[in-house]
Ligand binder design. Sequence first.
Ligand SMILES: C[S@@+](CC[C@H](N)C(=O)[O-])C[C@H]1O[C@@H](n2cnc3c(N)ncnc32)[C@H](O)[C@@H]1O
Length: 354
Amino acid sequence: MEEIRRKREEISEEDVLAEVEIWKYVFGFVEMGVIKCAIDLGIADLIQAQGKPMTLPELLVATHECSLSKLYRLMRFLVHRNIFKEVSTSDGVKSYDLTPISRLLVKHGERSMAAFLLLESSPVMLAPWHAFSGCVPESGKPAFEAAHGVDVWGYASGDPEHSELINEAMACDARLVVPAILEDCPSLFDGVQTVVDVGGGNGTTLGMLVKAYPWLKGTNFDLPHVASVAPKIDNVEHVGGDFFVNIPKADAAFVMWSLHDWGDEECINILRKCKEAIPKDGGKVIIVEAVIDEVEEHEFKDVRYVLDMVMMAHTSAGKERTQEDWTNILRESGFSRHTIYPIRAIQAVIVAWP
Ligand SMILES: C[S@@+](CC[C@H](N)C(=O)[O-])C[C@H]1O[C@@H](n2cnc3c(N)ncnc32)[C@H](O)[C@@H]1O
């Protein structure tokens, strides 16, 4: 007893805080699981549709067949994490309302992140994390391939439902990042008549760009299984193909979040194909990717590091890159100069000229 007490006294304030901190990692998956449940139950959608806060009994009726006590405990956790908030209505009844975080969970909201969370919490995307340690050794197998036997794009080509989830998740990010690009780089498409979105998914990004710049005509270029099911968008043509083989010609090539999926050698090959697709004079390649800065603080710094781990788990050689990495890759790909424009997002805009 005496020894335990003596050892306890040796534990500093810092050690206790570390103990609190480590529990967060021990149960790190809990937030994801609970938020997924809130999306599945459509709690944010229900409150949004009602147009005012909802009481627990109202939520109970609307969510059908939930246990009252489990729904209460779920909401208590979500309120504790500021994902919803508790308010008192004029007649003093306690109700639940949206916060800026749960507004991002409204399924068809303009800034919805629901599909992205459903993708990352899907069994397909979680399985590679169980093989993650095995991908770190030099001779290690990529985690996604260890879990599924093929890479993520090969898997998606054989599973239309998962492919649609990937495209919807990417569209979530596009709806957040395109407004940041438009705000911080308004003259990006000055003098550009045609643009090809390289690995453009279901065309959400290009749809937003041609709407913002009405003179622009777009080619949305992606793998055949993605392009063939992409929805019709005015001023956008969907073309299926392989960016390692040939990219349709345009005044500018736009590449968002397609390069971080690949190792340096593949990246250089894609960028060389982009260079072939644009005019030698006046053409440009617009890259939208994270730039890791180990020194400077930034509101998205932590997400960039997290995303780098996600690339390690979900791709064979993909990664987030530093400014120096981008300089080396662009030089190797044959570009004479480039400029990096910071925007208020995970990504930056990197413009490269032949
Ligand atoms: C991470 S997603 C980015 C999607 C979109 N650019 C965005 O940011 O919303 C990468 C895209 O590259 C596409 N892709 C993968 N390999 C490809 C290839 N060899 N040729 C063309 N597209 C490819 C995938 O189908 C996917 O849509």
